[in-house]
Design a protein around this ligand. Structure first.
Ligand SMILES: Cc1cc2nc3c(=O)[nH]c(=O)nc-3n(C[C@H](O)[C@H](O)[C@H](O)COP(=O)(O)OP(=O)(O)OC[C@H]3O[C@@H](n4cnc5c(N)ncnc54)[C@H](O)[C@@H]3O)c2cc1C
Length: 507
């Protein structure tokens, strides 16, 4: 391993003169024709130059502190600047279970890059794109590095939910010698990485490779199994002989607009809308009992202003292109102004480049049907900004008498996600708060039930991949201590779980 450079042994003034290396994107006119990734990423030469811009702040550097996983970014960037790409990837992987995913879809501008010292006078070092580059190089050259061998502990952990939180917990527990089985309601592991985030942001093959790697180190995946319906959490702990359980069930239910006409044909929730168009290899239309495949018309409106809304508008543009709809348009309708939009600016830029229109300070009042029960129009009302609300952003206030009607073919509601109460309702003594989120000890992820831990969106509310990964790892470390403290047991039989053909049917 190349040693860390001392902060005083580099010529910072010289480094400050190195211009930022921009990252190329595929042209908008080309990329709207498919679901492939937009960013072309760095190559070896540009990555080395960009990494050399890092002035090696003394550790812990601001970027490291701002990263929820506390990646040792200065060391990784030093190694990249030296051309030691695989070693740099190892540094990221020491703390990040999904480096190539975080490098692509973390909102770096408010995390590592947002706290880069260079921001005082220049663009930050593009840490995210560098992380993605070295993780890809290593994965393509030599695969995921195998874990250090661990003595089997004879302990068994069940993970409920194969999203980022569950995958992180599964990897950490396996590395510590425990036997791990992951249950998920979906046909394939990956959570929202597979069944939410579109392929133009994240190549789904990366998730499949990670899952294959986890299987290779001993993790067992049991899919199509909805815990709370096909098997209860108590059955896992009692009948199925697991010693501890991690709940990484996310927040899978859409937040409703609660206005008339939301159940009309042609009005979709983002979860359903994003499911089929993006080419997630394992998904077949209707596989999850989700109903019809979204029909995207010429005039699509997407309601919401976050990252999910951006994913929906850009997905709609691609589907319109694929089915050859001429003169089509997609409009994002948001009730505040652009300054209050919660999503990434980078995604809005991408959306605009791809031809998406934006309508601010506007909210829907009702969806209007045609004779066949299909949405035909939307009544909107104009908004103005009032005093700040609990989020610190100015509250949108309706302007009386400003209502108007606009014709539409398809509506997508992208207002966010809330917790599914199923596991809490079927698990006695599992404490949840008024939003249905699981209450945990923030240091350990321990819930009110001994031996049951939780983390990710089902604890924090809808958040980020990186925070879910951090929560999964944190809880796994606490579970490790808990498991090692249990009395020794002699026997173990493989869990017998009834696997539903389609776990989400009837829900
Ligand atoms: C459209 C969209 C775009 C996003 N874009 C970004 C982005 O660009 N960057 C970013 O950082 N974050 C993004 N996010 C947020 C990010 O995906 C989530 O914060 C993250 O996936 C949360 O991880 P998790 O493991 O907690 O939950 P999830 O990823 O939701 O995984 C939960 C898993 O639990 C399973 N499950 C739920 N209930 C049960 C049950 N009872 N029994 C069995 N299995 C169950 C589900 O099937 C699912 O597989 C986006 C989210 C969406 C919806």
């Amino acid at each position: 391993m190349v040693d860390r450079v001392g902060p005083l042994s580099i010529d910072r003034k010289a480094r400050l003169q190195i211009p930022h290396e921009p990252v190329a994107k595929r042209p908008a006119s080309v990329r709207v024709g498919d679901f492939c990734e937009v960013s072309l990423g760095y190559d070896a030469e540009t990555a080395q130059i960009e990494a050399t811009r890092c002035i090696q702040c003394p550790t812990p550097a601001p970027c490291q502190l701002a990263c929820p996983l506390h990646n040792d970014i200065p060391l990784a960037l030093w190694l990249i600047s030296q051309g030691e790409f695989e070693q740099a990837a190892n540094v990221f992987r020491q703390t990040s279970p999904l480096s190539e995913v975080c490098g692509r879809i973390c909102p770096q501008e408010v995390l590592c890059q947002g706290s880069c010292t260079l921001m005082r006078r220049d663009l930050p070092v593009y840490v995210g794109k560098l992380e993605a580059f070295v993780a890809d190089v290593q994965r393509e050259r030599s695969g995921f590095p195998p874990p250090a061998p661990a003595l089997p502990t004879g302990r068994r952990a069940a993970i409920v939910g194969a999203g980022p939180a569950g995958l992180a917990a599964a990897e950490e527990l396996t590395r510590r010698g425990h036997s791990v089985t992951v249950f998920d309601a979906w046909p394939q592991p990956g959570g929202l990485l597979v069944y939410g985030i579109p392929g133009f942001k994240l190549d789904k093959r990366i998730v499949a490779q990670k899952v294959a790697y986890l299987e290779s180190i001993g993790v067992t995946f049991v899919c199509n199994t909805l815990v709370g319906r096909d098997i209860r959490l108590d059955d896992l702990l009692d009948g199925e002989q697991f010693d501890a359980v991690f709940l990484g069930t996310g927040t899978s239910l859409p937040v409703s607009l609660d206005i008339p006409g939301e159940d009309l044909q042609g009005v979709y929730q983002s979860t359903d809308f994003l499911l089929t168009p993006s080419p997630s290899p394992p998904i077949k239309s209707g596989e999850r009992g989700w109903g019809e495949e979204p029909r995207v018309g010429k005039n699509v409106i997407v309601i919401g202003g976050g990252d999910t809304a951006m994913d929906c508008v850009r997905t709609a543009r691609r589907v319109q292109q694929q089915v050859g709809l001429a003169d089509s348009r997609v409009t994002c309708v948001y009730r505040r102004s652009e300054a209050e939009m919660p999503g990434r600016a980078e995604e809005r830029v991408n959306a605009r480049e791809e031809g998406v229109l934006f309508e601010y300070l506007t909210a829907p009042v009702r969806f209007i049907s045609d004779e066949e029960g299909h949405v035909r129009a939307v009544e909107f009302i104009r908004m103005q900004l009032g005093e700040p609300d609990a989020s610190g952003r100015r509250r949108p206030v309706a302007v009386p008498g400003s209502n108007y009607v606009a014709f539409v073919d398809t509506v997508v509601c992208a207002l966010g996600y809330r917790a599914d109460p199923l596991v809490a309702e079927t698990t006695p003594d599992l404490r949840v708060n008024k939003w249905g989120l699981i209450v945990v000890d923030p240091q350990t992820g321990a819930t009110s039930r001994p031996g049951v831990y939780a983390g990710g969106d089902n604890v924090s509310g809808a958040d980020l991949v990186v925070t879910a990964l951090a929560a999964g790892r944190r809880a796994a470390r606490a579970m490790d201590e808990y498991l090692r403290g249990l009395p020794v047991q002699e026997t173990y039989t493989m869990p017998q779980v009834r696997v539903a053909a389609n776990a989400f049917v009837e829900r």
